[in-house]
Design a protein around this ligand. Structure first.
Ligand code: PLP
Length: 436
C-alpha cells in the first residue's frame, strides 16, 4: 500500500516511512492511496471470527506485504490482549466498550499498534528508536503504555509540572523500563516547544532516530477501524439484514475517521454519528457546509476540546471535498455540558449503566439523531471511549456517588513516582538528550 499526504505535495510513501515520519514533510497527514475493499465473500468468512482475526485481515490490506504475514499476526496478537465488549442496554442500543486497555481509554488501540509497528521497523533497521512526546495528560500515558517493553524503542515524555491530574501524573511516571518522564518547569506549550526544537536539530534527530508518535500518525488511525469492522459484523449477526449505526464522541476526529475507513472498506455500516461538545466546528460543517474553526473552549468532556480538529483534513480528502457526500454518511450533533450531565443521570436511572462524560456525548448525539430520523430501527452502538473511573468528578456531579477505582488504576496510584525535573530551557533538554 502506498500513502500520500493530504497536501499532495510529497512523493508516494511506504507504510514504514509514513509511520516513522508521522506528519508528512509538506505538513499534511498521511492517507492511503486508495481504501482497500472487502468483497462479500471475504466479509462472509470473517462474520463470526474473533476480534484479532478481523484486525489482522484489515491490517493486512493496509500493509500489503511490507511486513510478513506471520509477524503482522504476532503484532496484532500482542496489541489487542484485552476484550472489546459490546454491551446491549436496549433492544437496538449497544455500548461498544473501548476502555479495557492499559490506560482505560480507546487511545490504547492506536498507541499499541503504532508502538509495535515502530518496534518492528526499528528491528528491521537494527536501530534503537527514540520517541519524544509532549503531553498534557492522556495522550502521553497511552503512548507510554503502548511502547512499554517494546524492543528497540524508548520513550521520553515531557509533561508540565503541576499541570496534570494526580492520576495522569502517576500514569506517566510509573511505567519505568524504556519510558522516561521529564517533569518540565513550565506549561504544556513549553513542552511542545522543546520537542519541536529537538526535531529541528538535524544532528540530534539523526543520532537518536527521533520520532513523534503523535495522534495523527497513520498507524494510529488504521487500528481505529478494527473495532468498527468487528462491531458491525457482531451487530449484523444479532440483527440479520440490518446495518449498524455508530455514534462516536469526537474531538480530533481520528476515531470517527477510523469508522469512515471501515464503512468505505465495505463493512456493514449504515451511518456514522459524530457527537461533539460545544467545540463544534465539524458538527456545524456537517450541518451547514461551512468550516469555521473557533478557539477551543473547556468542557467536561475535556479530551474532545479541540477547536480545529486535524483529522478534518483526512475526512475532506476521503470525501473529495464534497460536503453532500460526507453529510450522507455522517451526521453531527453538538452536546452541551448540561446535557452531558443529564445524560449520565438519565442513562444510570434507566439502565443502571454508568458512562463517562465523553461516552455520554455520544449517547446524547444518538438520541438527537433518532429524534430527527424516524423510523430508525437500525441497531446502533455508542463507542465508549473512557472508563468512568477516569472522570470521578463528573460522575460525582451527575450521580452524587463515588465510584471505586478499578484495581489497575489503584495500583498505579500506589506506585512510586519517578520523574526527572527539568527547566523549560532548550539547552538543558538538549544536553540531557545528547547523553541519553
Ligand atoms: C481522545 C479522546 C476522544 C476523542 O477522540 P478523537 O479521535 O480525537 O476524536 C474522546 N474520548 C476520549 C476519552 C478521548 O481520550
Amino acid at each position: 500500500m502506498i500513502f500520500y499526504s493530504t497536501n499532495k505535495k510529497t512523493t508516494p510513501t511506504s507504510l514504514k516511512k509514513a509511520t516513522l515520519e508521522g506528519l508528512a514533510t509538506d505538513g499534511g497527514l498521511y492517507v492511503p492511496s486508495e481504501i482497500p475493499g472487502f468483497s462479500e465473500e471475504e466479509i462472509e468468512l470473517l462474520r463470526d471470527a474473533p476480534f484479532n482475526d478481523i484486525a489482522f485481515a484489515v491490517a493486512k490490506k493496509f500493509n500489503d506485504g511490507e511486513i510478513p504475514d506471520g509477524r503482522l499476526g504476532e503484532i496484532v496478537e500482542n496489541c489487542f490482549t484485552f476484550a472489546t465488549p459490546l454491551v446491549g442496554i436496549e433492544p437496538h442500543t449497544y455500548i461498544e466498550e473501548l476502555f479495557n486497555g492499559p490506560t482505560l481509554a480507546f487511545k490504547d488501540y492506536g498507541a499499541r499498534f503504532l508502538a509495535h509497528l515502530t518496534g518492528y521497523f526499528a528491528e528491521e533497521d537494527h536501530r534503537l528508536i527514540t520517541i519524544l512526546v509532549a503531553t498534557s495528560g492522556d495522550t502521553g500515558s497511552a503512548v507510554a503504555y503502548g511502547f512499554k517493553g517494546v524492543p528497540n524503542t524508548r520513550v521520553v515524555l515531557l509533561y508540565p509540572s503541576g499541570k496534570v491530574s494526580r492520576l495522569q501524573e502517576q500514569q506517566l511516571t510509573t511505567v519505568g523500563g524504556n519510558v522516561t518522564a521529564l517533569e518540565i518547569d513550565g506549561d504544556f506549550d513549553d513542552c511542545q516547544r522543546l520537542v519541536k526544537q529537538a526535531f529541528m536539530d538535524a544532528e540530534l534527530k539523526q543520532k537518536l532516530a527521533l520520532t513523534s508518535a503523535n495522534s495523527i500518525n497513520i498507524s494510529r488511525l488504521i487500528p481505529q477501524s478494527f473495532y468498527y469492522a468487528w462491531g458491525s459484523l457482531q451487530l449484523e449477526t444479532r440483527h440479520p439484514g440490518k446495518k449498524a449505526v455508530f455514534s462516536v464522541p469526537s474531538g480530533n476526529y481520528g476515531n470517527l475517521t477510523g469508522g469512515v475507513l471501515a464503512k468505505m472498506m465495505g463493512f456493514p455500516i449504515d451511518h456514522l454519528i459524530a457527537g461533539s461538545n460545544v467545540n463544534d466546528s465539524v458538527t456545524r460543517y456537517l450541518e451547514e457546509g461551512r468550516y469555521e474553526p473557533h478557539p477551543t473552549v473547556e468542557t467536561l468532556s475535556s479530551a474532545m476540546d479541540v477547536g480545529n480538529p486535524s483529522n478534518f483534513a483526512r475526512l475532506r480528502y476521503f470525501y473529495r471535498d464534497d460536503h453532500r457526500a460526507m453529510a450522507a454518511d455522517i451526521s453531527g450533533y453538538s452536546v452541551s455540558d448540561a446535557e452531558t450531565l443529564d445524560t449520565i443521570r438519565a442513562v444510570y436511572d434507566r439502565f443502571g449503566y454508568i458512562m463517562d462524560p465523553h461516552t455520554a456525548v455520544g449517547f446524547r448525539a444518538l438520541e438527537k439523531f433518532r429524534e430527527t430520523n424516524k423510523p430508525c430501527d437500525e441497531p446502533a452502538a455508542i463507542l465508549s471511549t473512557a472508563h468512568p473511573a477516569k472522570f470521578i468528578e463528573a460522575i460525582k456531579d451527575a450521580l452524587d456517588m463515588d465510584i471505586t477505582l478499578p484495581d489497575r488504576l489503584q495500583e498505579v496510584l500506589d506506585k512510586q513516582k519517578i520523574s526527572i525535573p527539568m527547566s523549560a530551557d532548550y539547552r538543558d533538554f538538549s544536553s540531557f538528550l545528547s547523553k541519553f
